[in-house]
Design a protein around this ligand. Structure first.
Ligand SMILES: Cc1cc2nc3c(=O)[nH]c(=O)nc-3n(C[C@H](O)[C@H](O)[C@H](O)COP(=O)(O)OP(=O)(O)OC[C@H]3O[C@@H](n4cnc5c(N)ncnc54)[C@H](O)[C@@H]3O)c2cc1C
Length: 385
């Protein structure tokens, strides 16, 4: 059950990669799709599914050691594709947990931090969040105001973070703050005095995902909660490269869900006595959507093979994230049009995906920032700041 596969990419996948994809597709179809509409309406995340995500090995799936699944990056990409086919909020949960919480602990953490947190995060017994963005510093995280100062053997943190996925449900927050003018990563546990999280209720996008503001008022952090090997902006950016890789695949999943809905609808819906799929204008839309999805699939697959070979550059991830998310947004918007008035109803998944993809275009580096990353790579000239 490969879904849309016009160029027989199935033949380029190993049996393990296919199995992983099919397992996640089954989980999303049976467990998630029946409940996503209610969660999207209510603005809640289905926390009851978190243990299953752990049991299926979907949390930190491409990481190795400490009992982690260590699947290859193409299989991991297919997992992200299938989760996002359900909802970008579901994929965001797994992306944040794996790429933005487990990855930094594994990469920059002490042995004790790894031993303590990775088994809990892998099984979903603990949830994590990643606090980089501030209300006044999104694309420019280096301008962050959150500060840590040394105090005896530990640190004291003051500041706030905004738009943090999983913030209020997280047991552990990876928080980036400046210490002596240098960005460092701190592990802050839920319940630490002076640390609070409040959900952002105004969202019209990513409604089936928790997004919070984090606040730190004289939060005392023990010395052992500093990520010892993370130093400078390059450390959080390294985590974001991992997460953006997953987004490049996830966007394909959201686009596939919208395309499949539009295709089925165009064959059933009749106007002027004929299925709307029989009109040339509708067929042109379907042909364009298929073409763009196929190109994005090829891009994601090649990127995954490069990553597995240890040859992936972060600028290649920028290209794929930028292209695939914009592609998915356009596919979702075109699909919305094919469904006519039904396209705006949550009886169909299209508008939900379209709304979510507006976030995906903005977070983890906006479309514009990735454009400038590519511009700099091509010219050697920095146009960002
Ligand atoms: C639902 C959701 C979940 C999120 N989850 C997390 C999370 O878990 N952790 C976290 O740390 N952050 C998270 N974010 C924050 C996200 O990463 C930021 O929103 C993003 O980095 C953009 O920052 P901003 O919103 O402040 O926009 P701004 O940086 O203010 O940008 C506004 C506009 O200006 C443009 N712009 C900015 N600078 C330039 C420039 N130099 N050249 C050209 N154009 C420019 C941008 O492209 C954009 O179009 C989340 C956001 C959302 C919406």
């Amino acid at each position: 059950m490969p879904g849309i596969d016009y160029y027989n990419l199935e033949s380029d996948l190993s049996s393990e990669e296919r199995l992983m994809r099919d397992t996640v597709r089954k989980f999303v179809t049976n467990e998630f799709l029946p409940i996503v509409r209610e969660h999207f309406r209510a603005g809640t995340f289905p926390v009851s599914l978190i243990p299953q995500l752990g049991e299926l090995g979907l949390l930190g799936a491409n990481l190795s050691g400490f009992g982690l699944p260590g699947i290859n990056n193409v299989a991991y990409g297919l997992v992200m594709q299938e989760l996002d086919r359900g909802d970008s909020g579901l994929r965001s949960f797994a992306s944040v947990q794996g790429s933005l919480v487990m990855y930094p602990i594994l990469t920059f953490g002490s042995e004790a931090q790894k031993q303590k947190w990775l088994p809990l995060l892998r099984t979903g017994k603990a949830v994590g969040c990643f606090g980089l963005t501030e209300a006044d510093h999104g694309s420019d995280p280096d301008g962050m105001k959150t500060r840590a100062v040394r105090d005896g053997k530990g640190y004291v943190l003051n500041g706030s973070k905004m738009w943090i996925t999983n913030g209020s449900i997280a047991d552990i927050a990876v928080v980036w703050a400046k210490l002596d003018g240098v960005i460092r990563g701190f592990l802050i546990e839920k319940g630490t005095a002076g640390f609070s999280a409040h959900d952002i209720k105004s969202k019209l996008s990513m409604r089936a995902s928790i997004t919070s503001e984090l606040s730190f008022q004289d939060v005392r952090v023990p010395a052992e909660n500093l990520l010892p090997s993370a130093e400078g902006l390059k450390s959080p950016l390294q985590c974001l490269t991992q997460a953006r890789y997953g987004i490049a695949w996830g966007a394909v999943g959201a686009a596939m869900a919208c395309f499949e809905e539009a295709l089925a609808y165009s064959k059933e819906r009749k106007q002027f006595g004929r299925p709307i799929g029989s009109f040339q204008l509708t067929q042109a839309k379907l042909a364009d959507m298929l073409t763009e999805i196929t190109k994005a699939q090829l891009l994601a697959l090649k990127l995954g093979r490069l990553k597995d070979a240890g040859q992936m550059r972060h600028t290649q991830v920028s290209l794929a994230k930028r292209n695939n998310v914009r592609m998915a947004l356009e596919v979702a918007r075109t699909a919305r049009g094919i469904l006519g008035a039904n396209g705006i109803s949550d009886e169909y998944p299209v508008m939900r995906h379209l709304c979510n993809l507006e976030t995906v275009e903005t977070y983890e580096g906006t479309y514009e920032i990735h454009t400038l990353v590519l511009g700099k790579d091509l010219t050697g000239l920095d146009a960002v700041s």
